[in-house]
Design a protein around this ligand. Structure first.
Ligand code: GAR
Length: 207
């Protein structure tokens, strides 16, 4: 059975990318294969992680592409050229347009560091999500993997995992616990879940 070709989009340190690469190495994503990593930020450490794992790594910045439309056009070219079947947003801190998302229905997933629908949507990314959770005073947070549609963080939820907030938490300590207990566990699981669905759909269609 042919594996689904996966592209991972990143913007920063790439610990979620690393979790995906490690899971693939352990044979936990048997229905998919990570073949491409694209960063929208030059010099992102995630690019190094890709290279170390022997995965092709590209940088595409909005600036170099002349804005959002140019960026998305280049992105599509790179994805189409490699026959990508699943796009994983793993700490990709830029919002893709509704038009772009509509081109890949149920073929883009995102990891968000809260229990959606709390602390999500435009402006909620990275450390800011955990700062807001602490400010609000919630006692439980977590992470969510969801399909990407035209609404930021609004697509169908695939997986969620709750994480306790401790009285002494800072945004940084909370971010790390959410990553360790939830994000790095959920994202590889979701990748396999979706790749398996896609390969089963292809088989049913006789593809
Ligand atoms: C992760 O916590 C991810 O959930 C979050 O950014 C961090 C990236 O870390 N993503 C968002 O906030 C998306 N709205 P990483 O580069 O080490 O994977």
């Amino acid at each position: 059975m042919e594996k689904v070709k996966i592209a991972v989009l990143v913007s920063g340190g790439g610990t979620n990318l690393q979790a995906l690469l490690d899971a693939e190495g352990r044979g936990e994503i048997p229905s998919g294969e990570i073949v491409l990593v694209i960063s929208n930020v030059s010099g992102a450490y995630a690019l190094e992680r890709a290279k170390k794992a022997g995965v092709e790594a590209l940088t595409l910045t909005k600036k170099a592409c002349g804005g959002q439309a140019g960026f998305e056009a280049r992105l599509r070219e790179e994805l189409e050229a490699r026959g990508i079947g699943l796009i994983i947003l793993a700490g990709f801190l830029s919002i893709l347009s509704g038009d772009f998302a509509a081109k890949y229905p149920k073929r883009i997933i995102n990891i968000h560091p809260s229990l959606i629908p709390s602390f999500c949507g435009k402006g909620y990314y990275g450390l800011k999500v955990h700062e807001e959770a602490l400010k609000y005073g919630v006692k439980v947070t977590g992470a969510t993997v969801h399909y990407v549609n035209e609404i930021p963080d609004g697509g169908e939820i695939l997986l969620q995992k709750a994480v306790d907030i401790l009285p002494e938490d800072t945004a940084e300590s909370l971010q790390l616990r959410v990553m360790r207990q939830a994000e790095w566990v959920l994202l590889p699981k979701a990748a396999e879940l979706v790749c398996k669905r896609l390969t089963e759909n292809d088989q049913r269609k006789g593809g």
